[in-house]
Design a protein around this ligand. Structure first.
Ligand code: ADP
Ligand code: ADP
Ligand code: MG
Length: 469
């Protein structure tokens, strides 16, 4: 067993991992930036260390400071969470060099899968269906045009180093290639310091369906079914559910086996996710592998009654998997709403600030992963995710009802959030039918915002206020 685990992250995922260490009886160390001195989970860690200023570069992205903190506090393992250094091969390699176990896949696997154009080629070579597109990267707009002419428009130009929905542009016809190639390259360079681009056919109105896998050091790989993450804005997830309404048990097993094949091709170890886009005819295509624990992992935990972070730690300790594929069965339905400090009416612009009144939901089948408290200041330096509301029920409709109840119970005052927006999704016909796709928010945003406006007018009327139209 690990002696002590350093948690190289912040916010809800740092808390999630620290809680897991406590539950496992493993000591843990919290690291935090100057902006995070008052995070609620810090006192619960065995030890804690301030590693630098609020800017991520000075703290959560600072490899040397994190390694020094681990050595100074006698840690023999580091859990990177998601975002920050979680998919940084150099960091994983440094950990290995210093005799610290990186709780994730080997550095060369991170490297391989992190270059998305390379990952695609690897999948093609191993018989995993990928979206038609370029072989590797394209050098310039001319080369992108040649690929697009061959596979047909619309296409996506994507950053090979991409993540978080950045560095991606839709191209509807040859006249747009030049412009969009330039935009994608500029964004890729500014976000990832790497301008490499590749081309993929744009699958029209797909569902984003991803498979959770666990792989141990002894060659065993299992999958824990899928998550439907099609409710996205700016190619970023906002709400996820498991299972996906479009999958039959047979298709689940087929895609699960493809996901396992993909993980095996990558030489994967640890918890990971294989992402697919799937069209209305159930054709599915690999888009990328995420070599880390994901934001939305709790819905899988609820449907499969498993602690994925604990399993991830056990795998890093060298233990064999405790599951056989035939014993892994989904139960009921789970939904996660990501509550972000952002204003849907202003194009989902981040909205940091101080929380003046807080009440979080709870009750049967409700899990809240959040570090918020009354008076919490949402920092402008980091991601806008402030809470994850996760519900479970034995049916999908039951889970939807429970999520409505939870979102209605919740009060967050002082800052704008997407809480109401999420609530209205829970009433939208397309969502209720389960047939929505990744275009949902873009298509319905005005409808949902109008609903939000109307409701607040009704509320104001009820409160006896004058409503000025
Ligand atoms: P998930 O599939 O886990 O939901 P997301 O794409 O939402 O993944 O990313 C999780 C977190 O990691 C977010 O905070 C996102 O901003 C961040 N992130 C993802 N990829 C990158 C990247 N390549 N560079 C920087 N941050 C990233
Ligand atoms: P990131 O690393 O930023 O998460 P992904 O390759 O996973 O990038 O794509 C992010 C999102 O963009 C997907 O979840 C999906 O909604 C959309 N997308 C990506 N590739 C395609 C494609 N070929 N066709 C249609 N949509 C796509
Ligand atoms: Mg992705």
């Amino acid at each position: 067993m690990f002696r002590r685990v350093l948690v190289a992250n912040r916010g809800e995922i740092a808390q999630r991992i620290i809680r897991c260490c406590i539950d496992m009886g493993t000591e843990c160390v919290a690291v935090y930036s100057k902006a995070d001195e008052n995070q609620v989970y810090i006192p619960f860690a065995t030890r804690s260390i301030c590693i630098g200023g609020p800017q991520s570069q000075d703290s959560y992205l600072n490899i040397d400071r994190i390694i020094s903190a681990a050595l100074a506090t006698g840690c023999d393992a580091i859990h990177p969470g998601y975002g920050f250094l979680s998919e940084n091969a150099e960091f994983a390699r440094k950990c290995e060099e210093y005799g610290i176990k990186f709780i994730g896949p080997p550095a060369d696997v991170i490297e391989k899968m992190g270059v998305k154009a390379v990952a695609r080629d690897l999948m093609v070579a191993n018989g995993v269906p990928v979206v038609p597109g370029s072989d590797g990267t394209v050098a310039d707009a001319e080369e992108a045009r040649a690929v697009a002419d061959k596979i047909g428009y619309p296409v996506l130009i994507k950053a090979s180093a991409g993540g978080g929905g950045r560095g991606m542009r839709r191209v509807n016809g040859p006249e747009e290639i030049e412009e969009m190639f330039g935009q994608a390259r500029a964004e890729a360079i500014s976000c990832f310091g790497n301008g490499d681009l590749y081309v993929e056919k744009l699958i029209l109105n797909p569902k984003h369906v991803e498979f959770q896998i666990l792989a141990d050091e002894h060659g065993n790989i299992v999958h824990f079914g899928e998550r439907d993450c099609s409710i996205q804005r700016k190619n970023q997830k906002m709400l996820e559910e498991a299972p996906c309404s479009q999958l039959t048990p047979e298709l689940r097993e087929e895609m699960g086996q493809v996901a396992i094949k993909a993980a095996r091709a990558a030489g994967y170890i640890s918890a990971g996710t294989i992402e697919f886009v799937m069209d209305a005819n159930n054709n599915y295509y690999f888009i990328e592998m995420n070599t880390r624990i994901q934001v939305e992992h709790p819905i899988t935990e609820m449907v499969y009654m498993v602690d994925l972070v604990r399993e991830q730690i056990r795998i890093a300790e060298g233990l064999p998997l405790r599951f056989k594929q035939e014993d892994i069965k989904p139960h009921g339905h789970a939904i996660e709403c990501r509550i972000n400090a952002e204003d849907p009416a202003k194009g989902f612009a981040p909205n940091p600030g101080k929380i003046t009144l807080l009440h979080l939901p709870s009750g049967n089948g409700c899990r809240v992963d959040s570090t918020l408290y009354d008076g919490y200041v949402v920092s402008p330096y980091y991601d806008s995710l402030i809470a994850k509301i996760i519900v479970w029920d034995d049916t999908r409709l039951g889970a939807i009802r429970k999520m409505r109840r939870c979102l209605e119970e919740m009060t967050i005052e002082g800052i704008e959030t997407n809480q109401e927006f999420e609530l209205f999704i829970m009433f939208h016909g397309k969502f209720l039918r389960g047939t929505y796709n990744t275009g949902f928010i873009e298509q319905c945003v005005n409808e949902l915002l109008n609903l939000e406006r109307r409701t607040s007018e009704i509320e104001a009327e009820r409160a006896g206020n004058q409503v000025n139209a």
